[in-house]
Design a protein around this ligand. Structure first.
Ligand SMILES: C[S@@+](CC[C@H](N)C(=O)[O-])C[C@H]1O[C@@H](n2cnc3c(N)ncnc32)[C@H](O)[C@@H]1O
Length: 241
């Protein structure tokens, strides 16, 4: 169904069914939303649903993978593995050689969202997905320590959503892996009287202030929970798509 609608738009633009509509000279973050929407609706939503990532966030996650073609994705927390599965499915669909490293806290950790026995159930047995236990920042920086700086990396932060931890995760990555793209979940801004946790939003603001002119920011703006993509300066250049 979604494919037929997309093909109708292609026909309106004088393109043949299935043909990609690519701006090969784009100079900023740009992805082919026709192709991505088709993939999100046909392949991702049936597998991962739209919770905790609504459609605009699924598009941003899949778009970031297509745009940056990361050799490694480091992501936490794993929980049941929805985000890890999204990165896995996107890399598979677009034939990218991407390994996904997904981290959650140890079994004896006391965290309200700890998945216990359900940790990583959506990605178990997937060859290019590796599961770890520990602190997300610590484990990912250890795993990426010896990688050549030119290797494209994507980090995905979806841990405990407190200002302090997200700020230290962001600045830790910015300091140690300055070329990496970073996605942060739960960043939609709400005014203080809403009572909503603005920790991740504030952490992004302050981290960008601590590393001025190093990243471009792209955020979903239509509602909760919200997601932000931080694009390292060098990655915004032409020809990475
Ligand atoms: C909102 S859930 C993540 C949802 C997950 N990304 C998914 O798509 O299914 C938050 C997870 O982060 C984990 N967590 C919290 N702090 C962490 C940390 N410092 N390092 C790794 N995982 C952490 C929690 O145990 C919990 O499973």
């Amino acid at each position: 169904m979604a494919g037929r609608v997309v093909n109708r738009f292609r026909a309106l633009l004088g393109r043949s069914p299935g043909e990609a509509l690519v701006n090969a000279t784009c100079s900023e973050f740009e992805v082919n939303k026709w192709v991505l929407s088709e993939f999100v609706l046909q392949d991702l939503v049936p597998v991962v649903g739209i919770h905790p990532f609504p459609l605009d966030e699924l598009l941003l996650m899949a778009g970031a993978v297509c745009r940056f073609r990361p050799r490694h994705v480091f992501e936490w927390g794993t929980n049941i593995g929805a985000s890890a599965r999204i990165f896995f499915e996107t890399a598979r669909r677009f034939c990218l050689e991407t390994e996904i490293h997904s981290i959650d806290l140890p079994d004896d950790a006391d965290h309200v969202e700890h998945p216990r026995k359900r940790r990583g159930i959506l990605v178990r047995g997937r060859k290019s997905v590796r599961l770890y236990q520990g602190d997300g920042l610590e484990v990912s920086l250890r795993l990426s320590r010896d990688l050549d700086p030119s290797i494209p990396l994507l980090f995905f932060l979806d841990g405990d959503h407190a200002y302090e931890s997200v700020f230290s995760e962001l600045t830790g990555i910015m300091e140690k892996r300055p070329g990496a793209a970073i996605l942060v979940h739960d960043t939609f801004y709400q005014s203080p009287d809403s009572g909503y946790n603005t920790g991740p939003w504030r952490a992004v603001e302050d981290a960008l202030r601590a590393f001025p002119r190093c990243y471009a920011r792209l955020s979903t703006q239509t509602g909760l929970p919200g997601m932000t993509l931080l694009i390292p300066d060098a990655a915004g250049s032409v020809g990475r798509e």
